[in-house]
Design a protein around this ligand. Structure first.
Ligand SMILES: Nc1ncnc2c1ncn2[C@@H]1O[C@H](COP(=O)(O)OP(=O)(O)OP(=O)(O)O)[C@@H](O)[C@H]1O
Ligand SMILES: Nc1nc2c(ncn2[C@@H]2O[C@H](COP(=O)(O)O)[C@@H](O)[C@H]2O)c(=O)[nH]1
Length: 216
């Protein structure tokens, strides 16, 4: 017997360059049921990024209007740009029963913790500062100002890792993916059954116990 459940919220945070997007991409390829919360940002697109798929790229004025309209479930200034989660888009995905994945910073995760009374909050650690810097440099997307800002912010973000339910070290990519996948599957299992179903099972147990005592 199964019961209806609303979608899961899977919130992933990490210092810039740790590998969130890389792992999220793999998870979404394996689990197409997993919807992605496409954020708004005032950051300019990087080569290869697509408006509406990676982000909704907006001006500061447009972002401000979204704030005023109350359309953002959370928002934050991250590495000098504004980022925010679309409240109506997330609501629509949850209403459809989709599981929703968020790639957001620690400030945003903190706000989502308050906005929703459930969800699985995952923090990814880079194996070291040196490796994080290598990955950011290797990605080749940041100018030196942005790179330094992202590295400077990393320490502050790591210091807030206690906010999260699960920590995963993204050293070996295969291992990190297996860990992330396991967390997602375990969350699905945890939310599959609700209190009503458990009460039903308990009630049948009580009845059969009464039956056996009258037999004996
Ligand atoms: N386990 C890994 N081993 C080696 N390289 C990795 C690993 N994970 C990710 N990378 C590489 O590190 C770089 C940064 O990864 P990615 O863009 O996924 O980081 P991110 O956390 O999403 O960063 P941002 O927050 O800036 O969007 C990429 O070039 C990616 O290919
Ligand atoms: N608080 C929020 N943070 C967000 C959101 N979308 C992305 N992010 C985080 O911003 C940084 C930088 O991302 P980048 O793509 O410019 O490298 C990273 O930590 C993201 O997780 C959001 O909607 N809200």
């Amino acid at each position: 017997m199964s019961s209806a459940r609303s979608g899961l919220l899977l919130v992933i945070s990490a210092p810039s360059g740790t590998g969130k997007s890389t792992l999220i991409k793999r998870l979404r390829q394996e689990f197409p049921r997993l919807a992605f919360s496409v954020s708004y940002t005032t950051r300019p697109p990087r080569p290869g990024e697509e408006n509406g798929r990676d982000y909704h790229f907006v001006s500061k004025e447009q972002f401000h209007q979204l704030q005023v309209d109350g359309s953002l479930a959370e928002w934050a200034e991250v590495h000098g740009n504004l980022y925010g989660t679309s409240q109506p888009a997330v609501q629509e995905m949850l209403n459809k029963g989709s599981d929703v994945l968020f790639d957001i910073d620690v400030q945003g995760a903190r706000q989502l913790r308050q906005a929703f009374d459930y969800g699985s909050f995952i923090f990814l650690f880079p194996p070291s500062r040196q490796v994080l810097e290598q990955r950011l440099r290797g990605r080749g997307t940041e100018d030196s100002r942005s790179l330094n800002q992202r590295l400077a912010n990393a320490r502050r973000e790591l210091e807030q890792a206690e906010l999260f339910d699960t920590w995963i070290i993204n050293d070996d990519l295969e291992q990190a993916y297996r860990d992330l996948r396991s967390v997602y599957l375990a969350e699905g299992l945890r939310s599959r059954y609700n209190g009503e179903l458990m009460a039903h099972i308990l009630s049948t147990w009580t009845e059969s116990k009464l039956g056996s005592s009258s037999d004996g």
